[in-house]
Structure formats: structure tokens, C-alpha cells
Design a protein around this ligand. Structure first.
Ligand SMILES: [Zn+2]
Length: 116
């Protein structure tokens, strides 16, 4: 969904502009994304990314990030959320093994048969 048609702006806190300014200053206006090897992106940042939950607006979980990395991270988060939803939907309550459930009763029945 494009930012222009999104309702996300309405979900952001009133101090969003100040948070952007603080994160940008912290990052020196350079993208804070790091690859798997820990190497930081050298591009200019332009957007603020939520590394945690979308309503967690604490500065420590916000990342000043370039547009390509923001798109990649947002897609990765969406995919992870979709997978979590899929796993939750597939999860069923665990059933007790039928052999275990009746084990004590079965043992008594066998003992009775053997000592007849
Ligand atoms: Zn970047």
C-alpha cells in the first residue's frame, strides 16, 4: 500500500516529527540498517522504521533507515507476521496418547486375566 493512501499516519504519535528528528540526529542521517555480517549501510537515511511492534514508538526501537532497506525490512516483518498467523491457525490442542491415557486401567485388566 502506498504511503499516500495509507492510514498509518493516523496511528503515529503526535511527537512523530520530533522522534524522526532525534533518530536522524542519532544516526548522523546515515541508514542504521546492518546486514547479517553487522556491516552498516552507508546510504543516507530518509525514513523511520519500527523494529518492534507497529505501535511501539520508543526511540530505542525506531531505526533511521534508507528507503530500500525500509521496504525490505517491512516486507520481512509482514512475511514473519503472516507465518506466525499461519502457525497459530494450524496449532491444535495436544491430545494425550491413547495408550498412555488408559495404561493404568489396561494394566489392571491384564493382571486380572493373568491371575484368573
Ligand atoms: Zn540502508
Amino acid at each position: 500500500m502506498a504511503w499516500s493512501t495509507s492510514h498509518r499516519k493516523d496511528e503515529l504519535p503526535p511527537n512523530w516529527a520530533a522522534l524522526r528528528k532525534q533518530a536522524k540526529a542519532r544516526a548522523g542521517d546515515v541508514c542504521e540498517f546492518r546486514d547479517k555480517a553487522g556491516v552498516r549501510c552507508a546510504d543516507k537515511g530518509s525514513e523511520l522504521h519500527h523494529t518492534g511492534r507497529k505501535f511501539d514508538h520508543r526511540l530505542e526501537v525506531l531505526m533511521w533507515i534508507c528507503t530500500p532497506h525500509h521496504a525490505g525490512e517491512t516486507a520481512r516483518q509482514a512475511k514473519a507476521a503472516q507465518y506466525a498467523k499461519y502457525v497459530a491457525a494450524k496449532k491444535r490442542p495436544t491430545e494425550q496418547h491413547p495408550g498412555i491415557r488408559g495404561a493404568a486401567a489396561t494394566d489392571k485388566a491384564i493382571a486380572r486375566r493373568l491371575h484368573r
